[in-house]
Design a protein around this ligand. Structure first.
Ligand code: GDP
Length: 429
C-alpha cells in the first residue's frame, strides 16, 4: 500500500520571521510542482513564487528544497518550503496543500515515525530526538544530542557483534558434537569475552540515567517548622514559588520548583516542617515530607546535624545567618541567609558539585528507564549463559539476550546470526 503524503508546519507557530513547511511521501515532489512550478535541483535552495493550485493566486515568494528519497530525513521524497512566517501566508499555503489529492496533514511525530519505519533512525535515536525537543538545560541537550546522534545505538551494535560471535561459536560446537553437555569444548577466550560483555553492561547500568537529567536532581529542603525552608527555596528558584510566613506550618503540601542552576537541572522540593502536629491537614503534610526525604537525591537539612534523617545524602544548612552572630553559630556544613544572600554562592557551588555527580557526565552514553529495563533483562540472560554448562541452555540464553538487546534500538536482527555463522565457514563447505 502506498503511504499517504503528509505535510505540516515544522517550525514554531506564526507569526515568526520564517516558517518551514515539510512535505513527505510519494506525492511530495508533485505537490511542489503544483505550487511552485518546475522542480529545483535536489538539495539546492531555489527562490520561487508559491501559487495556489486552484486559484493561481500568488501566496508568497520563498525557498523551495527537495530531498528525493531514500536519502532524506524520512527516507521518502521530502520537500521543504521556507516561507515568510506570517499567519495568513502559512494558513494560505497549508490550505493550498490540502486541496491536492493524496495529501493530508501529518499526525504528531509522524515524520520521525516514518524515519524510524524506513530505517533512517532507530528507536534509541528517535527517543534522543524527543529528548532534544524537550531539553531545557545544557546537560539535557548534550545527553539528548548524543542519544539522537546514535551514541547508544553504536554501543548496542558493538555488543550485538560480540553476542553474535559468542552465539556463533556455541552453535558451531553444537553442530559438531553429539552431546549437549560439552561446555568444556568452548575455548577460554569465549568465557572471557562473555565476562567482558557482562562487565560492560553492568557498568552502563550503574551510571545515572537520563530520567534524572530530564526531571532534575531532586533536592528536598527539610527541617523543623519556621527554619526558613520556603525562603530558601524561593531564593534558589529565584521566584516566589512557596509561601513564607512567620507562622509555623504554612507549607502543607509539597511545593516543587524545577530550576536550572549553572546549566544543571534541579527539582527543588519544599516540605512541611517535620514535627508532630495535632492538625490533621498538617500531619498529612508532614507524612508527605517524610516520604519526600526518603526519595530525595539530596537533602538540604535546615535543622540540627544530630537530627538529620539521611546524613550521607544531606547538606546541613544553618539558616538565617544574618540573625546569628559568628560566635554562636551551630555545627553545619554552611551558613546561609535568604535575607542577605550570605553563603548562597557557596551553597550553589556545593549543589552544582553534588548534583553533577548524580547526573551523567559529559560525553557519557546516557540511557533512560526503558533502556535500563531492557539492559537488566539482557544481563539476566547473559548471567544464565555464564552459569550454565549445558550448551543448549547457553545457546538459548544468548538467543534471548540478543532479542533483548534488539529492543534497545527497536530493530529485529533475525538473519544476522546466520550470516555470521556461515560467513565464518570457508568457501566450499
Ligand atoms: P519554613 O516554615 O521553614 O518554610 O520557613 P519560612 O521560609 O516560611 O520562614 C519562616 C520565617 O523566617 C519567615 O518569617 C521568614 O521571613 C523568616 N526567614 C526565613 N529566612 C530568613 C533569613 O535568612 N533571615 C531572616 N532574618 N529571616 C528569615
Amino acid at each position: 500500500m502506498t503511504p499517504d503524503t503528509i505535510y505540516a508546519l515544522s517550525s514554531g507557530s506564526p507569526p515568526a520571521a520564517i516558517a518551514v513547511l515539510r512535505i513527505s511521501g510519494p506525492a511530495a515532489l508533485g505537490a511542489v510542482q503544483a505550487l511552485a512550478g518546475a522542480l529545483p535541483l535536489p538539495r539546492q535552495a531555489s527562490l520561487r513564487s508559491i501559487r495556489h493550485p486552484v486559484t493561481a493566486e500568488t501566496l508568497d515568494r520563498g525557498l523551495v528544497l527537495i530531498f528525493p528519497g531514500p536519502d532524506s530525513a524520512t527516507g521518502e521524497d521530502v520537500a521543504e518550503l521556507h516561507l515568510h512566517g506570517g499567519r495568513s501566508v502559512v494558513a494560505g499555503v497549508l490550505e493550498a496543500l490540502s486541496t491536492l489529492p493524496a495529501l493530508r496533514q501529518a499526525d504528531p511525530g509522524e515524520f520521525t515515525r516514518r524515519a524510524f519505519e524506513n530505517g533512517r533512525i532507530d528507536l534509541a535515536e528517535a527517543e534522543g530526538l524527543a529528548d532534544l525537543l524537550a531539553a531545557e538545560t545544557q546537560s539535557q541537550r548534550r545527553a539528548a544530542l548524543s542519544l539522537a546522534g546514535g551514541a547508544l545505538s553504536r554501543r548496542v551494535e558493538e555488543w550485538q557483534g560480540v553476542l553474535l560471535n559468542l552465539a556463533a561459536q556455541v552453535e558451531a560446537v553444537l553442530d559438531f558434537s553429539d552431546e549437549g553437555d560439552v561446555a568444556e569444548a568452548l575455548p577460554a577466550h569465549w568465557s572471557m569475552a562473555l565476562a567482558g560483555l557482562i562487565e560492560e553492561v553492568e557498568r552502563q547500568l550503574t551510571r545515572p540515567s537520563s530520567d534524572r537529567l530530564r526531571d532534575g536532581v531532586r533536592v528536598v529542603i527539610a527541617g523543623p517548622p519556621n527554619a526558613g525552608k520556603s525562603s530558601l527555596l524561593n531564593w534558589l528558584a529565584g521566584r516566589r514559588a512557596a509561601i513564607t510566613s512567620a507562622m509555623a506550618g504554612t507549607t502543607r503540601d509539597l511545593i516543587e520548583a524545577p530550576t536550572a542552576i549553572g546549566g544543571t537541572p534541579f527539582l527543588l522540593v519544599d516540605t512541611a516542617g517535620l514535627r508532630e502536629s495535632a492538625d490533621g491537614i498538617e500531619a498529612e503534610g508532614i507524612e508527605l515530607a517524610r516520604e519526600s526525604v526518603g526519595v530525595a537525591d539530596l537533602i538540604l537539612w535546615l535543622g540540627r546535624r544530630q537530627d538529620c534523617p539521611a546524613p550521607d545524602r544531606s547538606i546541613v544548612v544553618a539558616s538565617k545567618a544574618d540573625l546569628v552572630p559568628d560566635s554562636q553559630r551551630q555545627d553545619a556544613d554552611l551558613h546561609v541567609s535568604s535575607n542577605t544572600g550570605e553563603g548562597m554562592e557557596t551553597l550553589i557551588e556545593l549543589l552544582i558539585e553534588r548534583g553533577k555527580a548524580l547526573l551523567p557526565a559529559e560525553g557519557e552514553i546516557v540511557i533512560n528507564q526503558r533502556h535500563r529495563a531492557v539492559l537488566a533483562q539482557l544481563l539476566d540472560h547473559l548471567h544464565a549463559a555464564q552459569a550454565s554448562d549445558d550448551l543448549l541452555i547457553i545457546a538459548e540464553s544468548l538467543r534471548i539476550a540478543r532479542n533483548a538487546l534488539d529492543r534497545v534500538t527497536g530493530r529485529a536482527d533475525v538473519n544476522a546470526m546466520l550470516d555470521r555463522l556461515f560467513g565464518s565457514f570457508c568457501i566450499g563447505k
